[in-house]
Ligand binder design. Structure first.
Ligand SMILES: [Zn+2]
Length: 325
C-alpha cells in the first residue's frame, strides 16, 4: 500500500534529520521514553523480551538497534536471559547487515552515561551500525597524557575498586545461569491417576505432547518449590502444600518448540534447552481443578495408560516410570 503524502513526508524527515542537523531539536520535544513506547511497525524480531528495531534517526542506511522491552538503564540490570539474547542478536545482526547491505563490518555500540552522547540514557540500547568507511564516525584524537604502561598501572592501582565492584555485582546483580529452569509436578491421586494438561494453542509443543502442570522459574528470590506452586496454581487452581512434595527427577533436557515471530510472521521450530526438575505429590484426594490461563484443559489418566499414551513424551514417560516402580 502506498504511503499517504503526509506519511511519506514524515518518513523523509526521519531519514534526513541527522544529516540536516535537525535531530537535536526533534529529540528535545519528545518527552517520554521512546523505547518503552516503541512503534511496533519498526520492530522486526523479538525473543525473550528483547527486540530488534529500526532506528528512526539512522546514522546510516541499515542502522538498527537491539534493546530490552523492560525499561532498564544498564547492562547490570539485564537478566541473564536478556543478556544471552542480546549476544545472540548481535550475531544475527552482523549476518543480516552483510546479507541486506553487503557490508562486512558492524559497529556494536552501547553508550553508557550522559557524557557518552547517549540521548536516551535511561533505557539501554545497542546500536548495530553497518560500518564500511571511517567517515561515518569521526574521532578527534587528543594528545595523550599517559603511556600504555601508565594506563595499566593506574587501573591496577585501583585494584580495591575492581574487587569491591566485583563483589558488589555478585551481591546485587548476579543472576542464575542463562539456562531456563522448569519445574513440574506429577500429581498422583488415590486412584493411581495422574494429571496432565492440554496446552493452549499458542503454547503447543512439537510434537503436540500433553504436559505436567508446571513451568519456567521466573522469580529466583524464592525456593523453586514456591515457583512450582505458583505455576500449578495458575494452571489448575490447586493450592500446593510444598512440604508434601518430593523431588522425583532432575535432568538437562530440551524440547522442540514452534515459535512464531509476530513481526516477521515467521514460524519455525527451535530447540529449547532447560534444566528440568519434576516433583511428586502422592495420595492426592481429588477435588475439582480448573484449567487456568496457560492451559486448555486438564485430564486425569490412569498411570498405566499415561505410560503408553502416544501424546506423552519420552521425558515424561521416563519420570512416570519412576512413579510406577
Ligand atoms: Zn523506557
Amino acid at each position: 500500500m502506498p504511503l499517504s503524502k503526509d506519511e511519506q513526508a514524515k518518513q523523509e524527515r526521519y531519514r534526513d534529520a541527522r544529516f540536516a542537523n535537525q535531530y537535536d531539536s526533534i529529540w528535545q520535544s519528545v518527552g517520554k521514553c521512546v523505547f518503552c513506547d516503541l512503534s511496533e511497525k519498526y520492530v522486526f524480531f523479538e525473543k525473550h523480551g528483547v527486540v530488534m528495531t529500526i532506528s528512526l534517526f539512522a546514522y546510516i542506511d541499515g542502522h538498527f538497534m537491539i534493546l530490552p522491552r523492560r525499561h532498564v538503564r544498564s547492562t547490570k540490570d539485564l537478566t541473564q536471559l536478556e543478556w544471552d539474547t542480546i549476544r545472540e542478536f548481535s550475531y544475527i545482526a552482523k549476518k543480516l547487515i552483510k546479507k541486506v547491505h553487503g557490508v562486512e563490518g558492524m559497529q556494536f555500540i552501547q553508550k553508557d552515561g550522559a557524557t557518552a552522547q547517549s540521548t536516551v540514557n535511561d533505557h539501554i540500547h545497542f546500536h548495530c551500525v553497518p560500518f564500511d568507511a571511517p567517515d561515518l564516525m569521526e574521532w578527534r584524537y587528543r594528545k595523550l597524557k599517559y603511556t600504555p604502561l601508565q594506563n595499566v598501572t593506574l587501573y591496577k592501582q585501583a585494584r580495591k575498586k575492581i574487587v569491591e565492584s566485583d563483589l558488589k555485582f555478585d551481591e546485587k546483580y548476579a543472576r542464575p545461569s542463562g539456562m531456563r529452569i522448569v519445574c513440574d509436578l506429577v500429581i498422583l491421586n488415590d486412584k493411581r491417576q495422574i494429571l496432565l494438561q492440554e496446552r493452549q494453542k499458542h503454547l503447543k509443543l512439537s510434537p503436540d505432547y500433553l504436559t505436567l502442570p508446571g513451568g519456567g522459574v521466573e522469580d529466583f528470590s524464592v525456593p523453586l518449590e514456591a515457583e512450582l506452586a505458583r505455576e500449578v496454581r495458575e494452571e489448575t487452581g490447586l493450592t500446593l502444600d510444598t512440604r508434601k512434595i518430593t523431588l522425583l527427577d532432575s535432568r538437562l533436557s530440551s524440547t522442540v518448540i514452534t515459535r512464531t515471530d509476530p513481526h516477521l510472521k515467521a514460524t519455525y521450530r527451535a530447540n529449547n534447552r532447560f534444566l528440568w526438575n519434576t516433583y511428586l505429590l502422592k495420595d492426592y484426594a481429588e477435588t475439582a481443578l480448573h484449567p487456568g490461563d496457560d492451559c486448555e484443559s486438564l485430564l486425569w489418566l490412569d498411570l498405566e495408560d499415561a505410560l503408553a499414551h502416544p501424546r506423552v513424551s519420552d521425558g515424561i514417560r521416563a519420570v512416570l516410570q519412576k512413579v510406577s516402580e
